[in-house]
Write a protein that binds this ligand. Structure first.
Ligand SMILES: C[S@@+](CC[C@H](N)C(=O)[O-])C[C@H]1O[C@@H](n2cnc3c(N)ncnc32)[C@H](O)[C@@H]1O
Length: 300
């Protein structure tokens, strides 16, 4: 693996999200293996294929620059490598990554998993664009998919989720930027700059402003004009997003996981939505996802 920092995302919460993805893919592969469908794994924010974590090991108790320079980095599987290790393998893998530098790293997955190389497709573009095109041409009679949406912020457009839901054939894990994005763009006084509003509109459907703000008179100032007050807590923002997901997907896991950083600040909400409306398929997908979200394992 090359040196240099290509990406180093998060700590414990990163392991949680990848652990849950891994478990879901393993269960999905088993449930689907005897069905006639072509199975596709789609990683829309694929990164490099691995994640780099600074090793905690070298603690020499004194300053040793010659050692510090060589401080080892540990490389763990990112979502793309995790998916490639799942057995039985998917029939096709689609990896999307916008950054040219990360994309160049990602391409190396072909060499690392040579047996699966001819099943992999790589696209260096905006994920929303690629997904909306892919879903428009999706053949739900023959294809089933799992989609992992792991953005670093406010990149997943609602229109993309609508396109995914219309296929009725794709299960999706979504990292909703609850604390890292949405809540930060909702100031207490309700005066949201136009640029922020545009970003929020792309990610959140419906009349979110009325859901998160109300007019109230300040106590003791009965003559005063009502003021705009923020009522949208992290909980209510999360519930609003879940409700919106329920309007387009046949089933949505009831227990999304809040991913927090080491300072206990909520960053993302990890949500799951099942694509197939058949009671059997959505029931099975939901049972597996809810179990994973509830239980957690050693990585939780
Ligand atoms: C959180 S990282 C993904 C980590 C990866 N899933 C893993 O497990 O290693 C988000 C990635 O999305 C990429 N990205 C950001 N905006 C994008 C967009 N609009 N379309 C595609 N990729 C994008 C970033 O370059 C970054 O590599």
């Amino acid at each position: 693996m090359t040196g240099g920092k290509l990406q180093s995302f998060g700590g414990e919460w990163t392991e949680q999200k990848l652990g849950m993805l891994d478990e879901y893919l393993a269960a999905y592969a088993k449930v689907m293996m005897n069905q006639r469908f072509e199975r596709l794994y789609i990683d829309a924010f694929a990164g490099t294929g691995y994640r780099e974590v600074a090793s905690a090991e070298p603690d020499f108790g004194f300053f040793a620059p010659e050692l510090a320079e060589d401080e080892p980095q540990k490389f763990f599987d990112g979502s793309a490598s995790i998916a490639l290790r799942v057995q039985p393998a998917f029939h096709r893998y689609l990896f999307i990554e916008r950054s040219p530098k990360r994309f160049a790293e990602l391409l190396k997955l072909k060499g690392k998993f040579p047996d699966l190389a001819d099943r992999m497709e790589f696209i260096q573009q905006d994920a929303n664009c690629v997904l909306q095109n892919l879903c428009a041409g999706w053949n739900s009679k023959t294809m089933r998919g799992v989609l992992f949406l792991d953005p670093s912020g406010m990149q997943v457009e609602w229109a993309t989720l609508e396109a995914v839901a219309r296929t009725q054939a794709i299960d999706v894990w979504i990292l909703f930027p609850l604390g890292i994005g949405v809540n930060r763009l909702l100031p207490r006084n309700g005066r949201i700059p136009d640029g922020w509003r545009t970003r929020l509109d792309r990610v959140l459907p419906g009349n979110w402003y009325d859901a998160f703000y109300r007019q109230a008179r300040i106590e003791g100032l009965f003559e005063a004009e009502p003021q705009t007050v923020k009522t949208g807590s992290l909980n209510s923002i999360a519930e609003y997003y879940q409700e919106q997901l329920r309007t387009i997907f046949p089933a949505v896991a009831e227990n999304p996981r809040v991913l927090i950083n080491s300072r206990r600040v909520p960053l993302f909400l990890l949500c799951f939505a099942a694509g197939n409306p058949s009671p059997k398929a959505k029931g099975a997908a939901l049972r597996i996802a809810q179990h994973i979200l509830r239980e957690g394992r050693s990585w939780a």
